[in-house]
Ligand binder design. Structure first.
Ligand code: FES
Ligand SMILES: [Fe+2]
Length: 441
């Protein structure tokens, strides 16, 4: 039966188009969760979310509710949020500090931060002669099969076999290097709260949109135009720097489709992608200059120029993460169902950078991601409308044919051709990875 289903799936993905059922079929969704999200490395959280012993934060990997927790030995653990006794969730709250142990709220079994059983009330009398004894592994909270951290970003894989984190990330690791290198202290810390947005659409629509270089100047055009009008008025009256927030938004209208074609996508194995190019948000105002001086003092002129000159707009770590490293933000995708997806949008602070620099990137984060901003609303409306359209009988395929056949492929890396930044190569690359994962035994 499963074999037949696999044969079906292989017919659903062609190099330049895929069947609509990939977005709407609940059974395919369940298989995706098992074969992709619950197998590969998924971003759980940042180490700075759990700075002290006992600090925990919950996160979803595929269909599995998990706990990120700092142990008293300083190590970060990732556990299933499930009591081994009768299945109660260990943590009902999203975050907190559990003290020296986890204590299940149902029958008071307690656990160490690494999941090992600590105690069961009256264990000796209650369990003497049963199949269970103090060292039974089934009395421990189950751990994620593998946990690795890179520059403070914690990933877990629920499969015991597979590539290590660095191999999996490949070139997309640049997202974390670029973000951390921009900090005078070489690391970032998380801003403790994120935007949580539930979209009524399949998770793949979100991932495809993240490196869809054609859509910003169309989808966000009205928002960008309105901002541009205000920006011009402010610029007439005041110093140009004061219109920066509007400039961040007006770029969505002033950077037109042909300009987006000057960008380039570089598509890597496992579905990852880098969109090169930069939106030019580095004004020469006193705050930027103060930041530059700190960085030069720390790294020297040459290394400083290398760091701020990194030409990246966006990095996609398939299947669950989109990172805008120059703006210190990332979006983690948590699929909830075939037509329901949670995105967590996190922001980071560059350690050692002036407060004004943090405030500026925070402004961009809010302008683009807040539920109150028009930019996010523009995208959410498209996601919902796509999901609605794909659920109809109005057509069977989703097309990714833009610039198909013009990609440049070298050693498994596929770059969009010159002046083809709006190529749908990233979607083709994601679907290639999707098909490989889904066919794997
Ligand atoms: S369900 Fe957790 S102690 Fe009983
Ligand atoms: Fe968008």
């Amino acid at each position: 039966m499963l074999k037949e289903r696999n044969a079906d799936l292989s017919r659903m993905v062609e190099p330049d188009r895929v069947r609509k059922e990939l977005y709407t079929d609940a059974e395919i969704f369940e298989q995706e969760m098992a074969r992709i999200h619950e197998t590969v490395w998924i971003y759980v959280g940042h180490e700075s979310q759990v700075p002290k012993s006992g600090d925990y934060y919950t996160a979803q990997i595929g269909r599995q509710p998990m706990i990120l927790v700092r142990g008293s030995d300083g190590r970060v653990n990732v556990l299933y949020n499930r009591c081994p006794h009768r299945g109660n969730m260990i943590c009902g709250d999203m975050k907190g500090n559990t003290g020296e142990q986890f204590r299940c709220s149902y029958h008071a079994w307690t656990f160490h931060h690494d999941g090992k059983l600590k105690n069961i009330p009256m264990m000796e009398s209650g369990y003497a002669g049963t199949r269970l004894h103090r060292n039974s592994p089934e009395l421990c909270v189950k751990r994620a099969a593998r946990v690795e951290s890179y520059r403070g970003f914690v990933f877990a894989s629920l499969a015991k076999d597979g590539p290590d984190l660095k191999t999996f990330l490949g070139q997309s690791i640049v997202a974390f290097d670029d973000m951390c290198d921009r900090a005078p202290e070489g690391e970032v810390e998380i801003v403790p709260n994120c935007f949580r947005v539930i979209q009524h659409s399949n998770w793949k629509l979100f991932m495809e949109n993240q490196i869809d270089a054609l859509h910003p100047s169309v989808t966000h055009q009205s928002t960008g135009r309105a901002a541009h009008e205000v920006e011009k008025q402010i610029a007439k009256k005041a110093k140009a720097g004061e219109a920066l927030s509007y400039h961040m938004l007006s770029a969505f209208a002033t950077v037109t489709i042909d300009k987006w074609d000057n960008f380039q996508t570089i598509n890597y194995p496992y579905g990852h992608c880098v969109l090169t190019g930069y939106m030019g948000l580095r004004p020469q105002d006193p705050d930027t200059k103060a930041y530059d001086r700190i960085m030069i003092r720390k790294y020297g002129q040459k290394r400083f120029e290398e760091i701020v000159g990194v030409n990246i707009h966006h990095v996609l770590v398939y299947p669950g993460l989109s990172v805008q490293s120059p703006l210190q933000q990332l979006r983690a995708v948590r699929p909830l169902g075939v037509g329901r997806t949670l995105t967590e949008i996190w922001h980071f602070r560059l350690k050692g950078a002036p407060e004004a620099i943090y405030r500026r990137s925070l402004a961009y984060y809010n302008l683009v991601n807040s539920p109150a901003t028009l930019i996010n609303a523009d995208d959410l409306e498209n996601f919902w409308k796509c999901h609605q359209g794909l659920s109809t009988d109005g057509g069977d395929w989703v097309s990714f044919a833009r610039h198909h056949g013009r990609d440049i492929e070298e050693k498994g890396v596929v770059s969009s051709g010159p002046n083809m930044g709006t190529s749908e190569a990233p979607m083709r690359n994601q679907m290639k990875a999707w098909a490989q994962y889904m066919a794997a035994r």
